[in-house]
Each structure stands twice: as C-alpha cells, then as structure tokens.
Design a protein around this ligand. Structure first.
Ligand code: G3H
Ligand code: ZN
Length: 291
C-alpha cells in the first residue's frame, strides 16, 4: 500500500488510545523483519533510521531509505518512515527527498534555551516542507554508549510545566520524554515513572514518545500506553534477537559460510520480537485483524 505518514499513524493511535511502534532499522534484514512482523500482527508500523545508522552506512541515507520505501510500498499494513535522533542539519535536509514523513530532532543534550532555539528552527524548517517533527526535552540517557543518567540528575525526568512551554514555543508535533527509560538496555528491567507519564499526558496536547523501550517488560509497555504514551521506539531489542540467533547458529555450525543461513535465522528472530512487542502494546487498532 502507499507509504503512510508518521503523523497519520500517531494521530490514529492517539484517537484509539493506543500506540504505534517505531523500530530502528540498520540492515535490509531489519527492514524486512519489521514489515513482516507488523504484517503478522496486523498493525501499522514506523521504520526509523537514526543518525547513527546513517553513520554506519558510510554516511549515506539513500540506500537504506530506498530499501525501506520499497518494502513499505509493498507491505500489507501501513508503514511510515521516520528519521530518528537527528543532530546534523545536513541529514535533516535530506529527509523529504528520501521518503521520510517525519523527523526526531535531538537537541536534548543542550541547555533548555539552546535546545528550544535549535528545535524551533528545525520545526519551522520541517513544517515548511510538510514534515511532522518530534523533539526531546529532559534527556533519555544511554545514547552512544553513555551510561543512563542518574535518576536524580538534572534532565533525568521531564518537567510537565517546562514541557508545556517547550512544546508551545517550539511548535513541535510530538515530544520525547524522560520518564525512567534508557537507551540500549539489554535487560527488560526498567520501571517507568507512571505518575509522571500521566501528568505529562494530562498537561501536553501533543503525543508523547517513549525512547529506550527495549528495556521495558511487557507490563511496563502496556502501562505506558494506557497512561498516555503514543509512539514507542524500539531498537536494541531487534539487535539482541538478531545477534543472539546468529551467534547460536554459527556456534552450532562452525563450517557455515553462506551468509543467507545465519541472516535467515537473525531475520526470523527479529520478526518474532516485532510481533511480541506490538502485541505487548495492546494489540492492533480497532478494525484490523489479528494474525
Ligand atoms: O530512538 C530509538 C529508541 O529510543 C531505541 O531505544 O534501542 O533502547 O530500544 P532502544
Ligand atoms: Zn531514542
């Protein structure tokens, strides 16, 4: 079906008091697995490409983006493309031509006033080109190998009043919030500050985005959605699944050389993870069949 837009998927999820899952893609196997998993579960999905993934791909956005567009256009469920954790203005400016309907502009490492000014400029640029834009206030830790922020560190939690002003003054369409999750967790042991999630949802009139969702057990994911999170970002869980399956395959077959053998099991492990996570969010939106 035609490429969906992130804005439409998030708006529909919010109206149904559900969430849309957004999975980070790095390889073609990630692309195929996320689409196959979403089709199995019967849910729309967002394919997101982070600035770090672009760096891994020799700094080139288009090869992976074009693969994602092609997969999305052939999917049996709505699929949108999102550019994630963008700090480079050069990369930001490539989004519309590469098929992305949305970007997450990440200036959350900057002091408030600088984050606001940079985000405001990015939002003005994005809106002039029809892009939906997400930003971050309060910093979700664990990016780029940095340890998660201490729970009491400044910025470890998003302040609702500050967030309301930030959204109004920046004009962003959605806000990533720091509510207890952290990026790149390899155990599903995080616990969210659900009272804060509720207060943020009650204070802000834009959708809330949860980053670092790989570290949350199923119950926390479901509670996050019930309390008002509308977009759930997942990356590390796919890599855990893929790498674990490939490691097991190769350990059992030291003579293996055909990359299709281990990539097949890696891809299938990611499909299972996608299905498990989207089902943990509360199932497909009304009107969509379950597999
Ligand atoms: O923006 C991407 C997500 O926040 C992914 O986080 O790799 O910890 O699941 P994760
Ligand atoms: Zn993130």
């Amino acid at each position: 079906m035609p490429l969906a837009t992130t804005g439409d998927l998030v708006t529909a999820a919010a109206a149904a008091r559900r969430a849309v899952a957004a999975f980070n893609i790095i390889t073609l196997e990630h692309v195929e697995a996320v689409v196959a998993g979403a089709e199995t579960a019967g849910t729309p999905v967002v394919l997101q490409v982070s600035e770090n993934a672009v760096k891994y791909r020799y700094g080139r956005l288009l090869p992976l983006a074009r693969a994602a567009v092609a997969a999305a256009e052939r999917a049996a469920v709505p699929v949108a493309l999102h550019l994630d954790h963008v700090q480079s203005d050069t990369l930001l400016r490539q989004a519309p031509q590469a098929g992305f309907s949305s970007v997450m502009y990440d200036a959350s490492h900057l002091p408030y006033a600088e984050n606001l000014a940079a985000t405001r400029a990015a939002a003005d640029w994005a809106h002039a080109r029809g892009l939906w834009i997400e930003a971050e206030l309060g910093e979700v830790g664990g990016k780029d190998g940095h340890p998660p922020l201490d729970a009491h560190a400044p910025g470890a939690r998003t302040d609702p009043a500050e967030a309301r002003a930030f959204v109004a003054d920046s004009g962003v369409d959605a806000l990533a919030v720091a509510v207890g999750s952290a990026h790149a967790m390899t155990t599903r042991t995080a616990a969210l500050d659900h009272d804060l999630v509720k207060r943020l949802a009650g204070t802000l009139d834009v959708p809330l985005v949860l980053h670092g969702s790989s570290g949350l057990p199923d119950g926390e994911l479901a509670a996050a959605v019930a309390n008002g999170i509308t977009k759930i970002n997942v990356g590390t869980a796919l890599n855990i699944a893929m790498t674990g399956a490939i490691r097991e395959y190769l350990a059992a077959r030291p003579e293996a050389v055909d990359s299709r053998g281990y990539l097949t099991v890696g891809r299938e492990a990611m499909v299972r993870t996608v299905v498990e996570i989207v089902r943990a969010l509360g199932g497909p939106p009304p009107g969509r069949p379950t597999a």
